[in-house]
Design a protein around this ligand. Sequence first.
Ligand SMILES: N[C@@H](CCC(=O)N[C@@H](CS)C(=O)NCC(=O)O)C(=O)O
Length: 231
Amino acid sequence: MIELYQFPPAWQVNASPFCLKVETFCRLAGLDYRVRPTPPFRAPRGKLPFIVDRGETVADSRQIVQHLQRQLAQPVGGALSEAQQARGHLLRQLCEDSLYFALLYARWQDQRYWPQTRAAFFATLPPGVRQLLPVMARRGVLAALRGQGLGRCPEAEVYDRAAADLAALAWSLGQQPFAVGEQPTEYDATVYAFLFNLLRVPQDTPIRQQAMMHSVFADYLARMDRALDGL
Ligand SMILES: N[C@@H](CCC(=O)N[C@@H](CS)C(=O)NCC(=O)O)C(=O)O
């Protein structure tokens, strides 16, 4: 049984794309896992998710997926061509290293959506912590956004960049049923987790509005839902 350490639900879903990526991978692989809600300061790298698998702790979603793939008799997605691996890598990078920061910007920096984010992530905490923790956590996220660069951009530019990412992702997903072919692969764990967070979290940001304009995304999520339910 794999212990999956991740954030408690927000908006009644797994609202962390990296945590949802690992959970999605476990479901695709048919692995037994137990969710352990935990704060990030308990994580080996200060970020979630991490897993404990038969006493071994593995941090970072990519390391976790590699670790789990190695344990499987048949890796998720089977053997992939060089072209599929290259395409998958590019899609994963687009989600994790570009779209992710736009999502962070919308949730944490954009004043219009921060009150919803604060309520979704912190409202159930005990008084005191409930006032202090959002302020500290937000300070950390805004510093990360400034460091990455997006936090310094004018708002319109942030959302234009996200729209360009989404257009490229939509074009790519329009070419075949899953990220790199006819069957789900480990790359779909990432793509699904990010599109789920953009489309199914009830926070109507400009990124979500842009994402809704690509019908290919809803079709993709529905296909993945069926694959995850083993249909
Ligand atoms: N490279 C890491 C990124 C994980 C990550 O950024 N996790 C975020 C949540 S989606 C986190 O734990 N943030 C808390 C913090 O930075 O304090 C991975 O792939 O697991």
